[in-house]
Design a protein around this ligand. Structure first.
Ligand code: URA
Length: 226
């Protein structure tokens, strides 16, 4: 920034400013090279997590999702929730701790939709069992989940929507009905849908509309106490 100031590229309300110590007010218009510059407290990224990287901010041995983010200002960013190392798909990365907290709160029941490929046939009966809740070895049964069969055979494909975020939840749910998950990809989280144009490993900033919708659903009353 000091370099830009020195070169006379920065203007405040149309007047060139060279002093870094200059304090600006919220209603003053700053431009760099003639283009308006805005202060944004929070950063929101949609990452298409590839398989083979761990969901963590740092790891001594493994490559992490944060290693895929090449932004200079990334030190306060973190992934919202966790996908297994072999799971692909939508991961929100932000520095908005309050939004993250609300989206992950078990009381908020934010829907997460996954595409999955599993061993063996999936039947109507499985849809009912997912809906009723499954015993996956935890204290409580899983909350009702939606199972949509896409194809059924030796290997089957389905979409599953859960509103919790338990450890290995989707894999354990399929295990409890006798199937093994071979492939898992998160397609959406609440109102946020993985962008088809993002290849695995790529990311983009969220649009203003995407941020607004996430803020709205994360604030909605659920009737559950926090
Ligand atoms: N359920 C799983 O089993 N793994 C994930 O990564 C996400 C949901």
């Amino acid at each position: 920034v000091k370099q830009f100031l020195k070169k006379g590229l920065v203007q405040v309300d149309g007047i060139t400013e060279k002093q870094a110590k200059r304090k600006v007010l919220g209603n003053e218009q700053i431009t760099l090279n003639g283009k308006p510059v805005y202060y944004e407290e929070h950063c929101y990224l949609m990452l298409h997590k590839p398989a083979g990287v761990v969901t963590a901010t740092e790891d001594k041995k493994e490559k992490t999702v944060m290693d895929l983010i090449t932004l200079q200002q990334k030190k306060d960013l973190f992934p919202v929730g966790r996908l297994d190392k072999d799971t692909e798909g939508l991961l929100l990365v932000t520095n908005d701790g309050e939004l993250a907290h609300r989206l992950l709160s078990p009381k908020k029941h934010v829907d997460k939709c996954y595409f999955t490929r599993v061993t063996g046939q999936i039947h109507e009966e499985d849809i009912h069992r997912f809906k009723e809740g499954l015993d996956i070895g935890d204290e409580k049964k899983t909350l009702p989940a939606d199972l949509e069969i896409l194809s059924s055979g030796e290997i089957s494909e389905a979409k599953v929507t859960i509103c919790e975020g338990r450890y290995h939840q989707v894999k354990r749910m399929f295990e409890s009905v006798g199937k093994k998950v071979l492939y898992l990809k998160r397609l959406s989280m609440g109102t946020l849908i993985l962008d088809d144009l993002l290849p695995p490993g790529a990311y983009r900033t969220l649009t203003a509309g995407e941020i607004r919708s996430l803020q709205t659903i994360s604030k909605k009353e659920t009737g559950d106490k926090e």
